[in-house]
Each structure stands twice: as structure tokens, then as C-alpha cells.
Design a protein around this ligand. Structure first.
Ligand SMILES: [Zn+2]
Length: 272
């Protein structure tokens, strides 16, 4: 008999894991995210074309050294705290925080709602967050920026949890068989820092709508009264860090005159 490498308690876990691994895995197909994440999944779910929004904040390491911890905490509170609240308010079906980055997930039938919430957060980041930070830390000449991207992909997810000795669920969490977190670092190599980047597999699902593609008449740098293209194509075919060839970059935010009309009209496209 080979000697165990583990404590007795761990040995049991390893033996169970071997058995589970040999057994067939059950996967349930779904078109939408579960309405209630407290209801426990008993199998893996394969959820079609989930829209994921990811935002995170970046600043220079030089800055971290000069900021007091209260200042650091207040920046995270303003950015991460507000991101969670905005995505929640704008119908995100799943929100999670990984370190300082926020994920918001939407089902495939909510692509326009997802886009609307992303533009809303982008507007907050540029119009409010950046302005408040610049003002408060003016003397530090703060170098701070954010990344935001949207992707759409069919994803596997399962809940893992443990029971404690009182049979209560502990450490319950979702395991996503997918790595959006890596995208942040990848995007840093190509994105201009205050812009929204979306993958072509998300963009192709909304490209037909003029509301999405063109500005309103008043949002035109040249003030010619024409509608202008809002998205810029980014070629990634030479970049093997990505599993798609093209991305699109949105430079604009909500127009200060027409934002409400635009936001509502875009969300309504999900009901078409
Ligand atoms: Zn306008």
C-alpha cells in the first residue's frame, strides 16, 4: 500500500474528487442567467451568449506610494462602490467583484440594457469620478484611468459550496469556466484608457441600429449638425492575446442634452 501524502481529512477529499472525476458530468443548457442565485444549482449550467461588462481602475504605482490609505479607500469606494450600484440599478443579473474589478453579467436577451448600463458607467467615470479625483488630488497631479470592456460568450458555470458542522452552507461561490479577468491586462496593451472596448462578437449583435452607431445631431466635434460614427474599429488579427480578431471602441459618452431619450430608446430595443 502506498503511503498517503495527506492528512486523513484531506485524504477523504482527494478520494472523493477522484470518484467525482470518473463520473459523467451533467450540464444543463440555458438561454438566460438564473433569476435567483440563492437557489442552488445542482449541475453545471451552460448559459448561451452571456454579456459581460468588466470595469477596473488603474493608477500609477508612483501614485500609490504617495496616497494615504484613507485616500486610497475613498477612491475605491467612489469607483467600485458606484459601479456595483449603477449596474444593480440598471438590471444586471449577476454582479461580482474580483479584487478591485467589477463584473456585471446580462443574459443574451438584454444586450441593449447591458450597453446602456456600460455607457452610463462610462459617463459617470469621465464626468464625475475623474472630475472629483482631479479636484481632490489636484496637488498630486494624479495619474488615474479606467478600463471597461464588453464581451459576449457562451459560458459554463457551477456553484460550489461546503456545509459546515451545523449543515449550513459555507463558502458558496460560482465557478465560471472562463477567464474574463485576463482581458483587463490584455486590453491595457491596446486601449486608450477612458474608452469602452467591445469584442466583435458582442458588437455584431447590435450593429444594425443607427441609435448605437451614430451620434445625435448635437454631439459632433465639428458642430456641423451631422450624425457622426461613434465606434472605431480596432484590428486585433495580429494580436494573439485575444480569441477574437476585431474589437470596437466607443469614445463618446451620453450626450448631456439627449442622454435620457437615448438611454431609454436603447433599452427598449431589447423588447423589439
Ligand atoms: Zn445630443
Amino acid at each position: 500500500m502506498t503511503q498517503s501524502l495527506y492528512l486523513d481529512s484531506v485524504n477523504g477529499i482527494v478520494n472523493d474528487a477522484k470518484t467525482i472525476f470518473q463520473n459523467p458530468i451533467s450540464i444543463t443548457d440555458r438561454n438566460t442567467l438564473p433569476a435567483d442565485w440563492n437557489y442552488k444549482m445542482n449541475s453545471w449550467y451552460k448559459i448561451k451568449d452571456i454579456v459581460s461588462i468588466f470595469v477596473d481602475i488603474r493608477w500609477s504605482t508612483k501614485l500609490s506610494a504617495t496616497l494615504h490609505e484613507k485616500s486610497t479607500a475613498s477612491i475605491y469606494e467612489l469607483f467600485t462602490g458606484t459601479a456595483i450600484k449603477i449596474f444593480h440599478e440598471m438590471w444586471a443579473e449577476y454582479i461580482d467583484v474580483k479584487w478591485d474589478g467589477v463584473f456585471a453579467l446580462f443574459s443574451a436577451n438584454k444586450i441593449y440594457t447591458a450597453l446602456s448600463s456600460a455607457i452610463t458607467f462610462k459617463t459617470f467615470a469621465q464626468r464625475t469620478f475623474k472630475v472629483l479625483i482631479d479636484k481632490k488630488f489636484e496637488w498630486k497631479n494624479i495619474d488615474i484611468w479606467f478600463h471597461m470592456w464588453i464581451d459576449q460568450k457562451t459560458v459554463l458555470v457551477k456553484q460550489i459550496w461546503l456545509k459546515d458542522s451545523d449543515r449550513r452552507d459555507r463558502r458558496k461561490n460560482e465557478v465560471w469556466a472562463w477567464k474574463p479577468v485576463n482581458m483587463s491586462a490584455k486590453l491595457a496593451s491596446l486601449s486608450n484608457d477612458w474608452e469602452l472596448i467591445v469584442s466583435d462578437r458582442f458588437f455584431k449583435n447590435l450593429w444594425k441600429e443607427e441609435l448605437i452607431l451614430k451620434s445625435c445631431w448635437c454631439c459632433n466635434e465639428k458642430e456641423t449638425g451631422e450624425k457622426v460614427d461613434l465606434w472605431e474599429e480596432v484590428d486585433l488579427s495580429q494580436n494573439d492575446k485575444f480569441d477574437f480578431d476585431k474589437a470596437y471602441m466607443l469614445k463618446s459618452m451620453w450626450c448631456s442634452t439627449h442622454w435620457k431619450e437615448w438611454c431609454q430608446k436603447i433599452i427598449q430595443l431589447d423588447n423589439k
